[in-house]
Design a protein around this ligand. Structure first.
Ligand SMILES: Cc1ncc(COP(=O)(O)O)c(C=O)c1O
Length: 365
């Protein structure tokens, strides 16, 4: 994405360049090789808009969509998207009827849940497509080794009864960006053990998946049949010190509302996703120059020190963008706030107006 150039006519906006999403999807699809690509579009497409991102990813090579919740999955179907969708987060005692009727795949890590999915599938008259999740060390909703065999046995029995289809075996990596982390190699090794146990139990799922963005890009041995990419799809480079040619898709901008001496007031605060922890470290870009945030970040506003720049009310301040014109990036904000770009992107608030570009705008300010 080149820098966004047209006049800003709202208080603040997040411009999403769908051409960047398309580029990133194609790059990731090529990298994944024979593995299929799942575009992870949960949390409203990491703040970019779930439906436009999903459509763009599917049009550029993604074969699957990944979401956390049933509501997200059903929103995709309501938008008319009929691609394979996997969901992995739901409350205890969930009624799976609606998602099964919508043909959504469900992640399961527990025998009781599997039985309830199968019972709901029986009522709906069609088998549920399930992905059995193993806990290889993330400790977030997978079966640990002693429970894995029980889960496999139950799954095989229910598959034979015709109420479920075992579509996937999967797990999630905690630290895929850091190859020096022993925990990462241990997770990969444990995943191999889980797969081996599945084969030994006669469970042969067609779709084995483990890799997130970082793993997809630099750990080929984790790609298996399907890779699940989130942050890379949105253009943030996930492996520290390496660049793979991804293009950030979002630019967040706002209009200066007032100027008083060397201070300019910008109508973006912590309710809009300006991380409070970035106080004293962050900067915006105004008139092509980095200007530091000074004072406290409030709910609705921040103040920047413009020095002697001839800034006037109505001028455009850039919080972050692709970085091609010297503006900060979401990765810069993540560093300033001691967090990851995921939190910066998903934190951009609802009152920041989303605007979509399907081709890059010429650079000018
Ligand atoms: C289960 C699962 N898979 C894949 C992803 C994508 O991860 P990343 O954004 O690191 O590519 C996520 C996102 O957090 C996830 O929860």
């Amino acid at each position: 994405m080149t820098s966004v150039s047209y006049a800003l006519d709202v208080l603040s906006e997040a411009v999403v360049d769908l051409a960047a999403i398309a580029h990133n999807t194609r790059l990731l699809t090529r990298t994944a090789g024979s593995a299929e690509l799942m575009a992870v579009v949960k949390a409203d497409g990491f703040g970019h808009g779930m439906v436009p991102v999903a459509r763009t990813a599917l049009a550029n090579g993604a074969g699957w969509l990944g979401v956390a919740t049933p509501a997200e999955a059903l929103r995709l179907r309501a938008a008319g998207i009929d691609a394979p969708v996997l969901l992995w987060l739901y409350p205890p005692d969930h009624d799976f009827g609606p998602v099964l009727a919508a043909g959504i795949d469900v992640s399961v890590a527990d025998v009781a849940v599997l039985e309830s999915v199968a019972a709901d599938a029986w009522k709906s008259g069609r088998p549920a497509s399930v992905h059995l999740k193993a806990d290889t060390g993330m400790s977030r909703g997978g079966a640990v080794a002693p429970d894995w065999t029980k889960l496999l046995d139950a799954a095989r029995r229910l598959e034979e009864a015709g109420t479920i289809r075992i579509t996937g075996l999967w797990s999630h990596l905690a630290t895929a960006e850091d190859t020096t982390d022993a925990g990462l190699h241990e997770q990969i090794r444990q995943f191999a053990d889980f797969r081996h146990a599945a084969r030994a139990a006669g469970v042969l799922a067609p779709v084995v998946h483990l890799a997130n963005s970082a793993a997809t890009l630099h750990l080929p041995q984790t790609r298996h049949d399907l890779v699940r990419t989130g942050i890379a799809l949105y253009g943030s480079e996930p492996v520290p010190g390496r660049t793979f040619g991804l293009t950030p898709a979002m630019t967040v901008r706002a209009r200066v509302v007032s100027v008083s001496g060397p201070l300019a007031q910008i109508p973006l605060g912590f309710a809009d996703g300006i991380p409070w922890r970035a106080s004293g470290r962050a900067s915006f870009q105004l008139h092509g120059v980095r200007v530091p945030v000074v004072g406290r970040i409030t709910m609705d506003e921040v103040v920047v020190d413009i020095g002697d720049l001839p800034v006037r009310p109505g001028d455009t301040a850039v919080m972050f963008g692709p970085g091609t014109a010297g503006e900060p990036t979401a990765a810069d904000w993540a560093r300033w706030a001691d967090t990851n770009p995921h939190e910066i992107l998903t934190g951009i608030g609802a009152r920041v107006v989303r605007r979509y570009l399907s081709h890059s705008e010429p650079a000018a300010r």
